[in-house]
Design a protein around this ligand. Structure first.
Ligand SMILES: NC(=O)c1ccc[n+]([C@@H]2O[C@H](COP(=O)([O-])OP(=O)(O)OC[C@H]3O[C@@H](n4cnc5c(N)ncnc54)[C@H](OP(=O)(O)O)[C@@H]3O)[C@@H](O)[C@H]2O)c1
Length: 435
């Protein structure tokens, strides 16, 4: 064995994750050094407020006021960025660190999603590591698995439940039979949802994650332009209950696949058969399915966030660097990134679930069915249920396979009718099979 190399580490950001990483590295220093045949010191720490009470002590000499000064220090080899955000200090720090030949470990999906395509080039040119296992799926080792363990495969499909907050809320709606609003408040109280949960609820968080995974799977650039991204804000208890009646569960999925040499990537809620594997993933758990040749289908499952799982991934990345590895950030040489066109989602075909709140009077149903049939949308099942005051009714429709474009046109037309009293809820149905 070669002689041991020594590494100096700076941790920037000492919030939920940074604090846990610091404590873990202090506590497990010896074990990590044995495992990696290296030695390391946490040399510097930086956060916004030096005087904030953190429940543990950090030697004063470690503190650095301006994190950007770290990139010029000769006694820093690795920077662990745990500030967050796609821009601002996190962006400046990571760009400058890589340019100054420092290895970077980050949990920042927003940053990798928005700037990953530029960052990877700098890391490759300077032969330093840019590792981001913790940016997707918390403690699930999905990124290393795609880059290394599945390298012998041609992967063509990756999808799954990538946001613990929304999965927790959907699971709780079903369990408690309470509204979306009540369950969101409860999720915030329990710490499963942030005070501002917008990015979780509107699908943006999953958008970043599926884009990162898709680039690694299909050996292409991160797609950070617009693609279909919807959240779960339009879903309520009634939808969860109707879905159950039709033997489905509702899940928010990130999905990316190669079809006819095009990338078909999207984020939206789906009705999936209630006996499918993904339907059984409850609470704050994540599950990711990967399909390829020759492996077939493989599933990864675990807690998708939280300080324990996230620290596990960060320490795994750190271990790789401490072992002396220099790996390609995306698992392939970025100059060889494949170019794919985007699939036009208007041509997507699936069954649809519609819940239309209508005035309960004659002629309404026939008007709706005639518009659907004008757009070649045929109905598989229909259910009409009066609402409390009997003036309105829920009309729930499951269609046969139809084209996205036709569905959007039909919905636009139906929405204009005077008998429609609320925005129509439309959820795509996915024919998810058991493993
Ligand atoms: N929380 C999770 O479960 C989870 C899971 C996976 C990935 N992540 C990712 O991990 C990263 C950190 O998340 P977190 O939950 O730990 O966030 P957090 O609790 O809000 O912590 C952010 C930290 O950044 C520091 N900070 C803010 N502005 C700064 C600046 N200008 N200079 C230096 N430090 C600054 C803050 O300092 P003060 O402490 O002084 O305020 C704080 O310590 C994010 O990228 C997030 O997406 C989080």
């Amino acid at each position: 064995m070669n002689s041991k190399k020594n590494y100096n580490i700076a941790i920037v950001g000492l919030g939920n994750i940074g604090s846990e990483v610091y404590k873990h590295l202090v506590k497990n220093k010896r074990t990590i050094e044995i495992n990696t045949n290296s030695s390391f010191q946490i040399k510097y720490i930086s956060a916004k407020r030096i005087n904030k009470k953190r429940g543990f002590t950090i030697p004063k000499k470690m503190w650095v006021k301006n994190p950007l000064s770290l990139v010029k220090k000769d006694d820093v080899d690795i920077i662990i960025e745990l500030i967050g955000g796609s821009d601002g200090v996190a962006k400046e720090l990571v760009f400058a660190a890589l340019k100054n030949n420092k290895h970077v470990v980050t949990a920042n999906k927003a940053l990798i999603f928005k700037h990953g395509n530029e960052l990877v080039k700098i890391a490759e040119n300077n032969s330093v590591n840019l590792l981001f296992e913790a940016s997707v799926g918390g403690g699930i080792p999905i990124i290393k698995s795609i880059k290394e363990s599945l390298v012998g495969n041609k992967l063509f499909h990756i999808y799954g439940i990538l946001n613990g907050t929304t999965n927790f809320i959907l699971t709780e709606i079903e369990k408690t039979k309470k509204s979306f609003k009540e369950n969101l408040l409860n999720a915030q109280k329990l710490g499963y949802a942030e005070t501002n949960p917008k990015l979780d609820l509107n699908g943006d968080d999953v958008k970043s994650k599926i884009s990162i995974l898709s680039a690694l799977c299909f050996k292409t650039k991160i797609i950070n332009k617009k693609f279909l991204t919807e959240g779960i804000e339009q879903i309520d208890l009634e939808d969860v209950e109707y879905a159950q009646k039709f033997n489905y569960k509702i899940k928010l999925l990130g999905i990316s696949e190669i079809t006819d040499n095009k990338i078909k990537q999207r984020v939206h809620a789906c009705l999936i058969p209630k006996d499918s594997d993904l339907a059984k993933i409850n609470g704050a758990n994540n599950a990711i399915m990967v399909e390829g040749n020759p492996i077939g289908k493989i599933v990864y499952q675990g807690l998708g966030a939280g300080k324990g799982p996230t620290t596990s991934s960060i320490v795994s990345d750190l271990n790789s660097i401490l072992k002396g590895n220099i790996t390609l950030p995306f698992g392939f040489n970025f100059a060889d990134a494949k170019e794919f066109k985007m699939f036009d989602f208007n041509n997507h075909i699936c069954k649809f679930y519609l819940r239309i709140v209508v005035k309960d009077k004659s002629g309404v149903l026939s008007k709706i069915t005639s518009v659907l049939s004008k757009y070649k949308i045929s109905i598989q099942s229909i259910l009409q249920q009066p609402l409390q005051n009997n003036k309105y009714a829920n009309l729930v429709i499951i269609t046969h396979n139809s084209k996205e474009k036709d569905m959007q046109s039909a919905l636009m037309k139906i929405s204009k009718e005077k008998f429609i009293s609320k925005k129509i809820t439309m959820i795509r149905i996915r024919n998810e099979k058991k493993l």
